[in-house]
Design a protein around this ligand. Structure first.
Ligand SMILES: O=C1O[C@H](COP(=O)(O)O)[C@@H](O)[C@H](O)[C@H]1O
Length: 225
């Protein structure tokens, strides 16, 4: 497994550079395909990259945007990743993109799993994936110790799985490792010394202990303090 590690002087430079890279990859793919897909993380890190991307000129009306994972909460919740996406990415020039939802109104993700997966299937393999990572080495909602971890890591995993984990306050829904890892272009975004040290310590660990390792091959990791 090999990946490129890019170390930036600050978060602002990282956001501009990473947004440019993603836009360039989407443009290159649009030269050969009618539509392309872009999967992105939620959480606290990607907002500044979304701000840069949303201001970028691109044939956004040919781009399908989806989350790599969602917390099973409605968009009215502060914890909704979809809410972040609407507020910070699907605005400005990028408002023309099509959102493929990872949440639908229901008590549990199990009730909507098949329906949501079918909207994603035609977009595979994903064109560009941007992933976040927790200090516990989870990525998307593939957490160490999660109830369906082994299924999410299996080579024949389905597109989507529900996930419940000790570190996650609500049920989750997540794209699985083969779907995320099979993207044409992959980027991982991490901020801060703690996550950098965690990624360093993850070297050589099995994906059951370090789920990020299941998707890192050929990825570019972008880091700033
Ligand atoms: O819960 C989540 O966590 C990860 C990492 O989030 P961050 O706040 O530490 O950047 C994120 O990538 C994922 O999409 C999100 O649902």
């Amino acid at each position: 497994m090999s990946y490129e590690f890019r170390d930036y002087p600050d978060r602002e430079m990282l956001a501009i550079d990473l947004a440019n890279m993603i836009a360039g990859e989407l443009r290159a793919q649009l030269d050969h395909s009618k539509r392309v897909s872009l999967a992105v993380p939620g959480g606290t890190s990607p907002g500044p990259i979304f701000d840069s991307l949303s201001a970028t000129s691109l044939d956004w009306d040919r781009v399908d945007v989806l989350l790599g994972d969602e917390r099973w909460v409605p968009e009215t919740s502060e914890r909704s990743n979809t809410r972040l996406l609407r507020e910070r990415l699907l605005t400005g020039k990028a408002a023309a993109a099509r959102l493929l939802p990872l949440y639908a109104e229901a008590e549990t993700p199990e009730e909507k799993l098949e329906e949501l997966a079918e909207t994603i299937r035609p977009t595979l393999p994903l064109g560009v994936v941007l992933l976040g990572m927790g200090a516990d080495l989870h990525t998307a909602s593939i957490f160490p110790g999660a109830d369906r971890l082994a299924e999410a890591l299996a080579p024949d995993a389905p597109i989507l799985l529900p996930m419940r984990a000790p570190g996650a306050p609500e049920p989750r829904i997540t794209l699985t490792a083969p779907v995320l890892g099979g993207a044409l272009n992959k980027h991982v975004l991490i901020f801060g010394a703690e996550k950098r040290a965690a990624l360093e310590k993850a070297k050589g660990l099995p994906p059951e202990e370090a789920p990020i390792n299941a998707v890192l091959d050929q990825a570019v990791v972008h880091w700033a303090e």
